[in-house]
Structure formats: structure tokens, C-alpha cells
Design a protein around this ligand. Structure first.
Ligand SMILES: C[S@@+](CC[C@H](N)C(=O)[O-])C[C@H]1O[C@@H](n2cnc3c(N)ncnc32)[C@H](O)[C@@H]1O
Length: 276
């Protein structure tokens, strides 16, 4: 296609690399998000499988849920990850919250169909989690910060930090800014019409996590059907541990992966990482 003023926006949508920064502002308010997802509940799984399943699986792998743990999933949606959490944690405590009743109703049906009973699903917001301090070993949260306005990030991260145990782990997956040709298409669709993208735009959460008391252990870029996701594993522990982990990673020559001996000694970390 030859470039002309008429075709340029179209080409930008289909082949543009997304070098856009800083992230776009959230253009769907939280009260509208609940209504939007009540409406999207019926079709969300298709999108979730086609564009997010790879990153969701990676997030679950990093969360490394094992029996007896206290696990919270915030923005549980239709339960695409939660069903695996509950399966892996038959003797522990599994709590899922979401602001959309429609998404939660689908999640409940999924869990019933899977024959699982050891869980609690209820309406609840990341911005004010109705759980005591230091309650959870693992907190999983997928595709929610990409919906929130930046001032709300701090509120949600502060709540995550409050409800996690001191050695608790946080795993996040979010739409991020595309890093390969074509992966900017979703960001551009968002700019045309946020609801087309379910209100999600590309974000990068590492800095906000670090500013609000988490130590980011790793960030991975995962792409599926050109849809760009960042998966982050973070620790509630003091920065010193994270620094040791990073230097262990560079000592081992991986550049990004931690040394299992140090991890095992100082903090509980997912087997998937310890074995790397
Ligand atoms: C894109 S969907 C992702 C659902 C699920 N995490 C997944 O990966 O399949 C976003 C979900 O976040 C929920 N959500 C948005 N803001 C929230 C908040 N402040 N607290 C809890 N859930 C929220 C929406 O209702 C919706 O179910």
C-alpha cells in the first residue's frame, strides 16, 4: 500500500510499532468498568483464550500455588485463572474478588462445573480489599491495572501490600505497550474507542510497584495474536533481597534469572524460577 494522507492512519493501526509513551490515560471510569464487564461477561472467554492465555499460564506458573496456601485473586473475572488456583490448592484458602457481578456469575459457574468447592467468590474492589493485613501468601491480579487510572495504581498497590504476608508474592499480568511490529494495533484501537478494548490500554507497572514498597523480581514480555502483555513477579520483601537476587542473576550470567540457592535460603520462590 502506498502512503498517502488517507491511508496513513490505517497503516498506523495495522503495522505501526507501538513506541507510545507514557501510557494513555484510562478513559473508562471504575463505575463504567463494572457495567462494561457485566456486558462483556458472555464473550470475554473467547478474547481471554485467544490473546491472554499464554500470559495467564505464565502468571500461574510464577505464582507456583501449592496446597495449604492463602491465595487471593483480585479482578478474578470469569475465573480463567482462579479455577487452576483452586485446583492446585485444595487444602488452602482461595479468595476471588471482582467489581463485576456478571463476571463473577460466570466464574461461579466455571468453578461449579469443575466440581470445586474450596473457594470464596465475592464482589470486592482492589481499591479497598475487605481482608485483614498480612493474610495472603500469594496475590494474583491479571489485566486490571491496564483499566485503572494512574492515581488509582498507588491505592491498589498499597492494598496489595497490606494484605500480603511479609514474605508474600505478587504476580501481575497486564496489557503493555507493544514491542514488535504490529503489536501496537491494540493500543491504537484503544485510542479510537476504549470500549473496543474493554477499557484496557498498555501499561508498565514495574516502576509504580517499586515506588510503593514492592521489589520487582522479574518482568517478562509475552505476546499472543500480537497482543502485548507484561507478566511481573514481585516480592513484598525489602529491597535488599531483590538487589541480592538481581546480582545473583547477573553472576550466574543469565542477566535476568535468579540463583536458586540464594532464593531458597532467603525467601520462598516459585520452583519454576528456582530451577532456572
Ligand atoms: C480484562 S478483565 C480480566 C479478568 C481476569 N483477571 C482475567 O485475566 O481473565 C478485567 C477485570 O477487572 C475487573 N476490575 C476492574 N477494576 C477492578 C477493581 N478495582 N477491583 C476488582 N476488579 C476490578 C473487571 O470487572 C473485570 O472483571
Amino acid at each position: 500500500m502506498s502512503k498517502s494522507p488517507e491511508t496513513e492512519p490505517l497503516m498506523a493501526i495495522f503495522i505501526g510499532m507501538d513506541q507510545l509513551s507514557p501510557p494513555a490515560k484510562a478513559r473508562v471510569s471504575q463505575s463504567d468498568v463494572a457495567v462494561l464487564y457485566d456486558r462483556l461477561a458472555g464473550v470475554y472467554d473467547l478474547w481471554g483464550h485467544l490473546t491472554e492465555s499464554k500470559a495467564r499460564n505464565r502468571a500461574l506458573e510464577l505464582a507456583d500455588i501449592h496446597p495449604g496456601q492463602q491465595v487471593l485473586e483480585v479482578a478474578v473475572g470469569t475465573g480463567l485463572a482462579f479455577v487452576h488456583i483452586v485446583r492446585r490448592n485444595p487444602e488452602g484458602r482461595n479468595i476471588g474478588i471482582d467489581i463485576s457481578g456478571g463476571m463473577l456469575a460466570k466464574a461461579k459457574r466455571r468453578l461449579q462445573k469443575a466440581g470445586l468447592t474450596n473457594y470464596q467468590l465475592s464482589i470486592g474492589s482492589a481499591l479497598a480489599i475487605a481482608e485483614p493485613d498480612a493474610s495472603f501468601d500469594v496475590l494474583l491480579n491479571n489485566y486490571m491495572f491496564d483499566l485503572l487510572d494512574e492515581p488509582q495504581w498507588t491505592q491498589a498497590i498499597t492494598e496489595f501490600r497490606r494484605v500480603l504476608k511479609p514474605d508474600g508474592l505478587l504476580v501481575l499480568a497486564n496489557m503493555t505497550q507493544g514491542e514488535t511490529p504490529g503489536s501496537g494495533i491494540y493500543e491504537r484501537l484503544y485510542r479510537l474507542s476504549p470500549s473496543l478494548m474493554g477499557g484496557c490500554r498498555g501499561v508498565r507497572m514495574s516502576e509504580a510497584l517499586e515506588h510503593n514498597g514492592f521489589s520487582v523480581i522479574l518482568r517478562e514480555y509475552v505476546q499472543q495474536m500480537l497482543f502485548p502483555t507484561e507478566v511481573i513477579l514481585a516480592s513484598r520483601r525489602r529491597r535488599v533481597f531483590s538487589d541480592q537476587l538481581r546480582s545473583a542473576a547477573s553472576d550466574s550470567g543469565t542477566g535476568s534469572l535468579p540463583s536458586s540457592r540464594l532464593f531458597n535460603a532467603r525467601m520462598r520462590l516459585p520452583k519454576s524460577i528456582c530451577s532456572m
